[in-house]
Design a protein around this ligand. Structure first.
Ligand code: NI
Length: 186
């Protein structure tokens, strides 16, 4: 089932998400719906708050980036209860987009290397290191479960320059091809 993606301006995107355990009701179905929703919207990552659920869960499929980094060909993962342990290296710009911000892309500075602890859909715990595009997508999705969105990471000047675009997203003027739930659409 395709879920509506929550647009910028909805309070759930500003909330720090809570941990879950294996007793979380309907987790399997939620994951199935999130994959379907993400692929329908041509996304490479989707966090539970973006479908209105304030829980520490996000999914990533980096395979569209396999032309740039061959090892991303089969990079498809579920991250539950993730905790960022370390981000290192010299910050680099990467042009990011977000399904909660249709038609908006911005260059965002982040560190290139991360170490993250998380559980998979079977609640097995992993501690892993990532770099490059995989790290970047994970950092963006991890922000969502911390209540941070990518425009929080651009300069105040840049944010002023895109203010009308952000207002159009809040009001649902910017209508993408996928299903969305806008913050202030009448
Ligand atoms: Ni996003």
């Amino acid at each position: 089932m395709i879920l509506p993606i929550v647009g910028y301006g909805n309070p759930v995107l500003k909330k720090k998400a809570g941990e879950i355990d294996a007793s979380y009701p309907g987790l399997e179905k939620l994951l199935e719906d999130m994959w379907e929703t993400m692929y329908t919207a041509s996304g490479v990552g989707l966090a539970a708050p973006q479908v209105g659920k304030p829980i520490r869960l996000f999914i990533v499929d980096a395979s569209p980036f396999e032309d740039e980094e061959e090892e991303l060909k089969d990079f498809k993962k579920v991250f539950i209860n993730a905790q960022m342990l370390e981000e290192t290296g010299e910050e680099w710009f990467f042009n990011e987009g977000c399904l909660s911000f249709p038609e908006l892309r911005e260059d965002v500075l982040r560190k290139p290397k991360i170490r993250i602890k998380y559980q998979d859909e079977k609640f097995n715990t992993f501690e892993e290191e990532y770099d490059g595009v995989a790290a970047r997508i994970i950092q963006h999705e991890y922000d969502h479960i911390e209540g941070i969105v990518f425009v929080d990471r651009i300069t105040p000047l840049k944010r002023r320059l895109i203010k009308s675009k952000l207002t159009n997203i809040i009001k649902g003027v910017t209508q993408p091809a996928y299903k969305m739930k806008f913050a202030q659409k009448k």
